[in-house]
Design a protein around this ligand. Structure first.
Ligand code: V47
Length: 353
């Protein structure tokens, strides 16, 4: 059986076969990924009505790709008070937001309660709001800084009202490359272990991959294989989210940004390789809205959400600082031939728009 026959027969492909897909005809590859997408989700494209909140940009770690953390390229440190965060939540909840996605830099000066008690406050006032918060990188930072185990931090997250974990901080799992782009931060094994522990408590999370910087195709496939292995064990990942590297205001000197073709091929290959992860998110923030719409033809079935405000990727050049208008967003999904379906944070359908 050749690789195409294997994919059509829904047989699992290995590392070399996955890598070889980059050499396949572009449209043939898209078609293969689309068959799997249609089998799983038909023409439905999911989104949710969410708000990103990034409460502090003061960071103890230095990642070369990051333009968000306050440093000499971006000397505007801030830390929100809980009252400021609650004001945002009050306003967006009144406007119909159903999920708050709260991630921060690794601020060593706030105290552990600043990180955790805000969830309790939000849950108390808005029990129906889904709280997606704290990346595995933050969990690792909090555990190290406050001398706790991962289990203790995870239990505190759950006790304080965190519903699911976002997929940030995964970057690229290859150890050598990871050391080059974000040495000192959560390691690959630790990132996977934190999600394993989270999943073992019956909780869901997402997983990202930062690509389009110094990595090679092999590193992307390796990243996908490591996700597939953990997912076989826990089945806890809801979505895979390939994040397209944004080139501005950071310390990675990338002269040639990744092409749209390479982004779409990577999306399609991830749809095929990650046969056990239900959703593939084309995160419009880093891919642009237009390319995310095309990605619907290359395996993607989720476009994240309205976001409203975003600070991490927009600091590095993405056009996402003020989110996207819901009516326009839905119209774009429809006009591209797909069915916009609002979902909740764990992919239960809310309504077709
Ligand atoms: O972890 C940082 C990435 C992530 C850059 O789980 C960059 O539903 C591109 O993880 N270019 C945060 N990316 C965003 C994130 C996320 C977003 C949307 C949904 C979900 C989810 C998770 O942004 C970081 C890092 O990998 N990032 N700098 C940059 N220059």
């Amino acid at each position: 059986m050749n690789v195409k026959e294997k994919i059509l027969a829904r047989k699992r492909i290995d590392f070399d076969e996955a890598l070889s897909l980059y050499e396949m005809d572009f449209f043939e590859l898209g078609e293969l990924a689309n068959t799997i997408r249609e089998e799983k989700h038909g023409k439905k494209t999911y989104f949710n009505i969410n708000r990103h909140i990034n409460p502090t940009n003061i960071c103890a770690d230095v990642c070369k790709f990051c333009a968000y953390a306050a440093n000499r390229k971006n000397p505007n440190p801030y830390t929100m008070s809980h009252d400021e965060i609650m004001d945002i939540v009050k306003k967006v909840e009144a406007n119909g937001v159903k999920e708050v996605h709260i991630v921060s830099a690794h601020n060593p000066d706030t105290g552990l309660d600043w990180y955790l008690k805000i969830f309790k406050k939000i849950k108390k006032e808005y029990p129906h709001l889904h709280i997606k918060a704290l990346t595995a990188a933050e969990v690792d930072f909090l555990a190290r800084h406050y001398d706790k185990t991962y289990d203790e931090i995870i239990d505190l997250m759950i006790d304080n009202g965190v519903d699911s974990m976002p997929g940030g901080g995964a970057e690229i799992f290859d150890t050598e490359l990871r050391d080059y782009i974000c040495k000192g931060k959560v390691t690959t094994e630790q990132w996977l272990d934190i999600h394993r522990k989270w999943h073992k408590r019956g909780k869901k999370s997402n997983v990202t991959m930062l690509f389009g910087h110094v990595e090679k195709r092999e590193h992307r496939i390796d990243h996908m294989m490591q996700i597939r292995k953990l997912q076989d064990e826990t089945n806890g990942f809801n979505a895979f989210i390939p994040l397209v590297y944004q080139t501005q205001n950071n310390y990675l000197k990338i002269k040639e940004p990744i092409t749209a073709n390479e982004i779409l091929k990577t999306m399609a290959i991830s749809r095929i390789v990650l046969d056990n992860v239900p959703n593939l998110k084309a995160y419009w923030v880093t891919s642009t809205v237009n390319l995310a719409l095309v990605a619907q033809e290359f395996g993607a079935n989720d476009l994240d959400g309205t976001i409203e405000k975003e600070s991490i990727n927009s600091a590095a050049g993405a056009k996402s600082a003020n989110g996207v208008d819901i009516t326009e967003f839905v119209g774009l999904i429809k006009n591209s031939g797909f069915i916009p379906v609002e979902r909740d944070s764990i992919y239960q359908e809310i309504k077709e728009w």
